[in-house]
Write a protein that binds this ligand. Structure first.
Ligand SMILES: Nc1nc2c(c(=O)[nH]1)N[C@H]1C(S)=C(S)[C@@H](COP(=O)(O)OP(=O)(O)OC[C@H]3O[C@@H](n4cnc5c(=O)[nH]c(N)nc54)[C@H](O)[C@@H]3O)O[C@H]1N2
Ligand SMILES: Nc1nc2c(c(=O)[nH]1)N[C@H]1C(S)=C(S)[C@@H](COP(=O)(O)OP(=O)(O)OC[C@H]3O[C@@H](n4cnc5c(=O)[nH]c(N)nc54)[C@H](O)[C@@H]3O)O[C@H]1N2
Ligand code: SF4
Ligand SMILES: [Mo]
Length: 887
């Protein structure tokens, strides 16, 4: 028997680390993916999300054909409808009445075409992107300081640093392979110091020498304080400041503060002193910053406060020394290159006369945008006010990810036409669309992405797109042609687009612009296919790419000097009265709105439910007990989440943390963005997504429970439900303040004529219902008034859905919720790769495994992607603490 295997090298579609992924397709089946050994981002490693990529490629819930008002349509009809509407709106109301809203998950080629169409041919700059929610503050800070949006360093700098400061970055979960590289560097050089600055004690703190749990919003105060300290200690680099910087005096002036700094920012004086001292003493310092900085009402100032201390100490452009804005999405950086943000034109050029003229000549465009367009929040406001009448959303899910997301939903209802290009049929945003366009997905698409260290890598296709799905560049080009711009959008292959993008970057550049791919002009399709990962710029001076910018002390400002930016610190955020601060962000195994990771049972099990972390004091004040459902509410919305009362000072009092990931597809009321106000940074327009304000109260549940079903039942008629699935089952967690009657009726409708076994005890709201059909378990509902009552061995129950038949004695066991001979619940899955649960890990630790290596040997946990290593360490440490206490 022969097997037909093809192997491709591509790039992970998740985070900005940009890991190389090797995919083999054997007789049409995608094999478990591997890291590419010599890819400079990951050197063979993949994190748990990357390792599970092959589990997310099925066509379940894919959008397979264009839909006009829910009805299948031909591409021709859909594209013509879109183009006709755009023409009409532009004719009647001008170009600013149409808008695009894109994403850092588009490939560079897709993004380039969308940006060119809007800014160069329609003549409006109303094309913004979810990068507004992500990197916009860092972009402002870079441009203010360097005159260009340049990330100065590279991943090797993180390994070479003697002091690594991680600010508002949960690297362990959000950039796991960078984290592993840092952890390995620290293991090799234990003298390397790591400082984490984050109000929460995150998994990233596990490798930290020092954690500063600052009050949220106090980063500018902290870094201004550091600058003043460095000045007082004469630890600034006077020569560098003199020769290569300006703005020092005014910047220093702005760092005045009156109150004792440590107290104001909420850390101990000794911890603060330690951090300052290490910073002063360590020339090789890298400061990594992410959303705890960017997503703030003063995100740009926070970022400049960080860059200021690097400029003042000359710690930039040197191995192991730079400020490092780490990007979130796989192509956040590519989006910035093409000009995806409404306030950029293209190829790192702005709207000034020279740039606009240059880009117009290059594109031969009839109508170039002359001024910036609306930024995301304003853009959706303009939709709500009827100023934008046509909106095209590509590769993003704003009804989940935008602040005040319910208002965004209402805005779309007022829009004359909403077009959504997505790979998936059922998202909150596709539900609001008039026209749905099916996009090709990862594995089907062909193009390039740029990671956090400016490294361009190829995403190569290894599957055919299903149904009628098409690449985004093709979809946009087709509309461009139908708008009458046939020549400008006559692309045949992404390589054509990449070539044009490279040519524009080099056009009349003469070293004036940092972004320059002139060395990649004229690649044949074969060269493009074979392109190896390379860091921009790629030009005559740097034919192999450039690892570090500013090593020559030259910046992209008119006089070539970097600018220190005076930033006045605002007071830290604080809770007021009963209202608590709501911090939001990521969890380890989910990606954004879960459209891809929600398909992998392995990934879902790490955190199967939407939750909120709460400090024990706040919980006690409100009579909240661990594990119950709580309501988070404010004037905008109300959410229901499972509460986790935190231990070990993981959470500061007065502050909550909730993951951003859950959508209407996965839970009844867990879109936390509905609770967040649209406050934003005045310079970048980036919303303060980490700074919600909510009241919290116990949800008066009459019953709690769970439902397991062989069939997808969709949204359930109960107040709280949270959904996850595998190939064999669909699982729901439940709670409701009313009776379960509606739910029981739904089940009877869903499973007509099947055999039901049940027991119930009304007083306790204790139901056990098991539905069997033709000897096969179909459905199972267990409820109880008290969420603490353990209703059965969940893992075993789920396994029962994999068996083809259930024997008579087993039915009774099912009703009891436990296998007859009694076995232990494996507990929460800690190691997703090898499906190792907490129970087995605790057992092994009790039996003497006192290192992660020993656990790996005994159970294999932690030996593949390594994402669970921080948690394994935590379990070992807890055990040691208990042993020490009882000794
Ligand atoms: N698993 C996973 N990984 C991802 C993603 C994902 O969805 N899932 N998404 C990717 C994307 S697009 C992005 S942008 C990145 C984001 O990566 P990160 O920025 O690392 O992730 P977040 O969890 O959003 O936020 C980081 C931390 O900021 C802290 N923080 C909140 N307020 C403040 C503050 O005022 N000051 C400071 N110093 N810290 C604060 C939070 O407590 C949180 O721990 O992750 C990328 N990687
Ligand atoms: N509360 C809170 N909100 C946040 C954040 C936070 O920390 N807290 N973080 C913000 C940040 S940093 C980000 S980046 C955003 C992310 O938020 P979103 O961009 O809204 O989230 P995604 O789930 O990544 O949405 C991508 C969508 O595009 C589809 N898609 C995937 N690939 C393709 C493709 O190739 N083509 C097309 N056309 N569609 C595709 C997916 O199915 C999905 O529906 O969330 C922001 N919102
Ligand atoms: S760290 Fe994980 S999610 Fe990020 S690119 Fe690498 S494999 Fe993908
Ligand atoms: Mo992001």
């Amino acid at each position: 028997m022969t097997t037909d295997t093809t192997t491709s090298h591509t790039t992970c579609p998740y985070c900005g680390v940009g890991c190389g992924v090797e995919v083999s397709v054997c007789d049409g089946r995608v094999q478990p993916v591997k890291g590419i050994d010599n890819h400079p981002a990951n050197y063979g490693r993949l994190c748990v999300k990357g390792s599970a990529l092959h589990e997310t490629l099925d066509h379940d819930e894919r959008l397979l054909t264009p839909l006009i008002h829910g009805e299948p349509a031909s591409w021709d009809a859909a594209l013509q409808t879109v183009a006709d509407k755009m023409k009409q709106v532009i004719a009647d109301h001008g170009p600013d009445a149409v808008a695009f809203y894109g994403s850092g998950q588009l490939l560079t080629e897709d993004y380039y075409v969308a940006n060119k169409l809007m800014k160069g041919f329609i003549g409006s700059a109303n094309t913004d992107t979810n990068s507004r929610l992500c990197m916009a503050s860092a972009v402002v800070a870079h441009k203010r300081a360097f005159g260009s949006d340049t990330v100065p360093g590279c991943y090797e700098d993180l390994e070479a640093a003697d002091l690594l400061v991680l600010v508002g970055s949960n690297t362990a979960w959000a950039h796991p392979i960078v984290y592993q590289r840092i952890a390995a560097a620290k293991a090799a050089r234990p003298e390397m110091k790591i400082v984490v600055i984050d109000p929460r004690r995150t998994a990233t703190c596990d490798i930290a020498d020092l954690h500063l749990p600052i009050r949220p919003g106090s980063d500018t105060l902290l870094f201004n304080g550091l600058l003043r300290y460095l000045h007082n200690e004469r630890a600034t680099d006077e020569a560098f400041l003199q020769q290569h910087c300006e703005g020092w005096e005014t910047t220093l002036d702005a760092t005045q503060y009156d109150e004792p700094l440590a107290q104001t920012i909420g850390v101990t004086p000794s911890a603060l002193a330690q951090f300052f001292y290490w910073f002063k003493e360590t020339p090789r310092t890298v400061t990594v910053f992410s959303q705890g900085v960017n997503q703030s009402r003063d995100g740009s100032d926070k970022a400049n406060a960080i860059i200021n201390v690097h400029l003042a100490t000359g710690r930039i452009g040197k191995p192991g020394a730079c400020p490092f804005s780490i990007t979130g999405q796989p192509n956040a950086m590519g989006g910035r290159e093409v000009g995806g943000l409404a306030n950029q034109l293209a190829a790192h050029m702005d709207f000034g006369d020279d740039d606009a003229d240059r880009v117009q000549r290059f594109w031969q465009s009839p109508n170039i945008a002359k001024y910036p367009g609306l930024k995301a929040v304003e853009l959706f406001q303009a939709v709500a006010e009827g100023r934008i009448k046509f909106l095209w959303i590509m590769s993003t899910n704003p009804l989940v990810s935008m602040p005040d997301a319910d208002t965004v939903r209402t805005a779309l209802q007022h829009c004359e036409m909403v077009v959504v290009s997505d790979c998936m049929r059922y998202t909150d945003t596709t539900a609001a669309a008039d026209i749905l366009l099916p996009a090709a997905s990862w594995g089907e698409k062909n193009g390039t992405v740029t990671n956090s260290e400016r490294r361009i890598s190829r995403q190569r296709p290894f599957l055919n797109a299903p149904g009628e799905a098409r690449p985004d560049w093709w979809i946009v080009s087709q509309v461009g042609q139908r708008l009458g711009f046939s020549n400008a959008f006559n692309y045949q292959h992404p390589a054509d687009i990449f070539d044009e993008h490279a040519r524009l970057s080099g056009f009349e550049n003469h070293g004036q612009r940092d972004f320059d791919l002139s060395g990649l002009i004229g690649l044949s399709q074969t060269d493009y296919d074979a392109m190896l990962p390379v860091q921009w710029p790629v030009n005559a001076k740097y034919p192999q790419g450039r690892a570090r910018f500013f090593d020559d002390g030259r910046f992209y400002t008119p006089n070539g000097k970097a600018r220190l930016i005076p930033v006045r610190a605002q007071a830290p955020l604080s809770s007021s009265g009963d209202t608590l601060l709501l911090n939001t962000g990521r969890i380890r195994d989910h990606w954004h709105t879960m459209t891809r990771t929600g398909k992998s049972a392995r990934l879902t099990q790490h955190s199967p439910e939407p939750y909120v972390d709460m400090h024990p004091i706040d919980a006690a004040q409100r009579g909240i007990i661990d594990g119950q459902i709580v309501a988070l509410s404010n004037t905008q919305a109300r959410s229901l989440l499972r509460v986790r009362i935190t231990k070990d000072e993981r959470q500061r009092p007065g502050e909550l943390f909730a993951p951003m990931h859950w959508t209407s597809r996965y839970a009844s009321r867990a879109r936390v963005c509905t609770l967040i106000a649209s406050d934003r940074d005045p310079h970048s327009g980036q919303p303060a997504l980490k700074a919600g304000r909510v009241d919290v109260s116990p949800y008066p549940a009459r019953y709690y429970g769970f439902l397991l079903s062989r069939r997808d039942i969709g949204p359930l008629p109960c107040d709280y439900w949270a959904y996850n699935r595998s190939a064999d089952y669909h699982a729901y967690e439940l709670a409701d303040a009313g009776s379960a009657d509606g739910l029981l009726q739904t089940l009877q409708r869903q499973f007509p004529g099947i055999e039901w076994l049940h027991v119930h005890d009304n007083a306790e709201q204790h139901y056990r219902l098991v539905g069997v059909e033709q000897g096969q378990l179909q459905c199972l509902l267990f409820t109880h008034r008290d969420h603490r009552v353990e209703l059965g061995n969940r893992r075993w129950l789920l396994e029962c859905f994999t068996s083809t038949s259930i024997s008579d004695p087993e039915r009774l066991a099912l009703l009891a919720g436990r296998p007859r001979e009694g076995s232990q619940d494996s507990g929460a899955i800690i190691c997703s790769c090898f499906q190792v649960g907490e129970t087995a890990i605790r057992q092994a630790i009790a039996n003497g495994c006192d290192t992660t290596a020993a656990l790996g040997k005994a159970l294999k946990c932690g030996t593949n992607c390594g994402s669970c290593l921080p948690e394994l360490t935590g379990l070992i440490e807890t055990r040691c603490a208990i042993t020490a206490e009882s000794a």
